[in-house]
Design a binder for this molecule. Structure first.
Ligand code: DGJ
Length: 733
């Protein structure tokens, strides 16, 4: 890994073993793109890529009389001079002008990677990464800009963000401040996004990129289940196993935009950042604004490799603290077993049976506080309900500990029910537009987390509950989108700051928790997967993937999630049948076979299953405990897509390639078919593996493939649909 500055040509080359990212200062003093892709030799001067000829109807810079931004690849363009594409940023000056012209001033090349201020970001020490900061000045605007690029040693990854500073005297307004822009030289790509809604999150959608632009966004205040802040562009022939692709992942949990724009000269512009819609950020003299980070990964070895890059980077350089690379406890959560209808004895009944099965952590979900007996009231009143829990959370947690299990707790700190003491006392603490009615979501309003006093007050209440209680895990939920966004504390000019300040408030509270309770394992949640993003992983290493716990639907949801997020981050549980969301009944074996490829737990009352099923649950927990390190942190491969065939398959392989676990799922039984073969991946060609009492070479399993079992016969024999199997593949000693 290195960053080279060629002072004569004014070009930078960031490279490691796998990639090169080359750019240079343009004749107008901007930063222009030269190359991004497979590692190439370093050269002192690649100015031949710069186009310095006019074309009809093209505006050129008056000093050079030949250079146009429009005809050259830009790294962070503004609209208003000679670039007519979508701009990376926009600044409104006091006189109403929106033309910017940042000119190169200096740069710094540093070892390692600095943290972002109050924002989540990947981190790296001096040996793991190098950072380039290029500084620009716009004298007329009284503004400076720093574009920051980090290259990692081990990963084909560049991270980017920008910092604006008002160096002048009058107030300026940022009306757009994206985190990254890359111009690529051709448009022969497909765009892949991960879309959905509640209970059907992160479903991959692929479309051909062609004239015009394609974009996805969130305007909900959270990153959203509707569009995930992670996109891939790939060559049309790229699949999971071969071909070129590039990912852009936003380390942020609020409104965002991701866009690919084709220009009419055959080039492609990619942009990602905070959604400019409803965003304005006034900067007084001396103030700065730092954008969140975008993580750009590249591969020419297919989408599995791209995903593995994100998995490893996020496990090693984004997740922090005690739970980094630590296998997660098998848990049982009472939500689908009791909803809010419980008392201490009912909870202990579930916990005891869980303990008997080998569960390590009991999680008490919604309904333990205030008047929270249904979802109409109580949110915001973070005081235990003595009718349900006479000795409070501390008393219950100790009893659960005495059973030999850890205790976990659900919270939803960002919300308030109108029917709550908190709202009656502080109606001004919610996001609400004066003179307008406030829309409700799940009968609740959103607290104004852009205000420090609100965040501090809620944190104070929760800290009191946690202070004397042995709580090892927290599920932080967020069950509605933001509407009528307006903060009573901010002036008219500052209302465009609210969405971002809100997210910063959430991050600040997470940071307070982390400081006061460093050992707590956090699981983020937002009606399931409404805020599953890289920003959250910085604070909470796992996320409840979806409220849809139906195993067959979960195959699709977890499959889609695996493109951008590690298996260790995917909250996955076995729940009761018929499934609460779909009404479908799937065997306890298949339910577990899906949940193994996640953090694993149970979301049901084990007292209410048959003895035979209970024996299976005990075996499942034993299997998970033995294999969770491999399942959660091994190298994950998608083998067969649930969107293309009636069967889905995936596997994980240990780093030394000596052990692997394979999962095959039958989404639909097909009559009168040969079972066929499936090619495994990631094994060692020459090693001999033991599987189903037979021996196979690695190259045999990966090229001839593993002969599949006749699932339809099994389906007929057992009378069960949705058959699946999970198999351990081990080297023969
Ligand atoms: C939504 C979550 O996704 C569920 O798992 C559960 O915690 C409920 N909220 C509780 O209100």
């Amino acid at each position: 890994m290195n960053i080279i500055w060629h002072s004569d040509s004014k070009q930078y080359h960031l490279y490691n073993d796998k990639i090169s990212y080359i750019m240079g200062i343009t004749p107008t003093g901007d930063l222009g793109g030269i190359y991004f892709g497979k590692r190439i030799h370093d050269k002192k001067d690649m100015s031949y890529v710069v186009n310095r000829f006019g074309l009809p109807n093209v505006a050129v810079d008056p000093d050079t009389e030949s250079y146009s931004m429009e005809l050259n690849r830009q790294e962070y363009p503004a609209f208003g001079t000679t670039d007519f594409g979508t701009q990376a940023y926009e600044i409104e000056l006091a006189n109403g002008s929106r033309v910017s012209d940042f000119v190169y001033a200096s740069h710094k090349i540093k070892k390692g990677k600095a943290a972002l201020n109050g924002l989540p970001a990947t981190y790296a020490d001096k040996n793991e990464a190098m950072t380039l900061e290029v500084c620009f000045e716009d004298e007329a605007a009284g503004m400076s800009l720093i574009l920051s690029y980090t290259i990692f040693d081990k990963y084909p990854v560049i991270t980017r963000h920008a910092v604006f500073k008002n160096t002048g005297r009058s107030v300026t307004k940022l009306t757009r401040a994206l985190s990254a822009c890359i111009d690529l030289p051709d448009q022969d790509y497909e765009w892949m996004q991960f879309s959905g809604a509640w209970a059907r999150e992160r479903i991959p959608e692929v479309r051909r990129i062609s004239a015009g632009s394609v974009s996805i966004e969130s305007k909900r205040g959270a990153s959203s289940a509707n569009q995930n802040p992670f996109v891939i562009i790939k060559r049309p022939n790229t699949d999971d196993f071969s071909g070129e692709a590039m990912g852009m992942s936003f380390v942020y949990s609020g409104n965002f935009i991701a866009q690919a724009e084709c220009d009419t000269f055959g080039r492609l512009r990619l942009l990602m950042g905070i959604n400019p819609d409803r965003f304005t950020w006034p900067l007084k003299s001396g103030e700065t604004f730092e954008t969140p980070e975008v993580v750009i990964a590249w591969t020419d070895e297919g989408l599995n490799r791209l995903s593995q890059t994100y998995h490893e980077l996020y496990n090693n350089n984004l997740v922090r603290g005690k739970w980094k690379n630590t296998p997660r406890p098998v848990l049982i959560n009472n939500w689908e077993a009791t909803f809010m209808d419980f008392d201490e004895e009912r909870i202990l009944e579930i916990a005891r049976k869980g303990k008997e099965a080998g569960v390590e952590l009991f999680v008490l979900d919604d309904g333990w506080f205030g008047s929270r007996n249904d979802d109409y009231s109580g949110l915001g009143d973070w005081i235990e309900n003595p009718d349900k829990l006479p000795q409070g959370i501390a008393g219950l947690a100790r009893k659960v500990n005495a059973l030999g299990m850890k205790f976990g707790l659900w919270i939803e700190p960002e919300m308030v029910n109108p029917d709550s003491n908190l709202f009656r006392r502080h109606p001004e603490w919610v996001l609400a537009t004066p003179g307008r009615k406030s829309s409700l979501g799940r009968h609740q309003l959103v607290l104004d987390f852009s205000r420090d006093e609100v965040v501090d007050h809620i944190y104070g209440m929760l800290k009191k509950v946690l202070k004397n209680a042995p709580v090892s895990y927290i599920k932080w939920d967020m069950n509605r989108s933001l509407t009528e966004v307006f903060s009573q504390e901010l002036s008219a000019d500052e209302q465009g700051m609210v969405y971002h300040k809100y997210v910063m408030g959430v991050y600040r509270m997470y940071e307070m928790f982390r400081k006061d309770f460093p050992d707590i394992l956090f699981e983020s949640c937002s009606s399931g997967g409404n805020r599953f993003d890289a920003g959250m992983l910085y604070y909470a290493p796992q996320a409840w993937c979806s409220d849809n716990t139906d195993a067959i639907d979960r195959i699709r949801i977890q499959y889609g999630t695996s493109f951008g997020y590690p298996i260790s981050s995917i909250g996955a549980h076995v729940s009761a049948v018929p499934n609460q969301q779909t009404g479908r009944s799937v065997s306890i074996t298949t339910r577990a076979n899906v949940a193994y490829f996640g953090t694993f737990g149970y979301e049901l009352d084990l007292n209410h299953i048959s003895d035979e099923e209970f024996e299976k649950v005990k075996e499942q927990i034993g299997f998970m405990k033995e294999n969770r390190e491999l399942l959660q942190f091994g190298t994950f491969y998608r083998l067969r897509s649930p969107f293309e065939k009636d069967q889905a398959a995936w596997m994980v392989v240990s780093k030394d390639k000596k052990r692997a676990i394979f999962g095959l799922y039958c989404m639909r039984s097909n009559v009168n078919q040969l079972p066929g073969f499936i090619k495994l991946a990631g094994l060692d060609d020459d090693l001999i593996y033991k599987l189903r009492g037979e021996k196979y070479y690695g190259d045999e399993l990966m090229n001839l493939g593993l002969a599949l079992k006749e699932l339809n016969t099994e389906s007929l024999a057992t009378g069960q649909d949705f058959i699946s199997y999970v198999e351990v593949i081990e080297t023969q000693e």
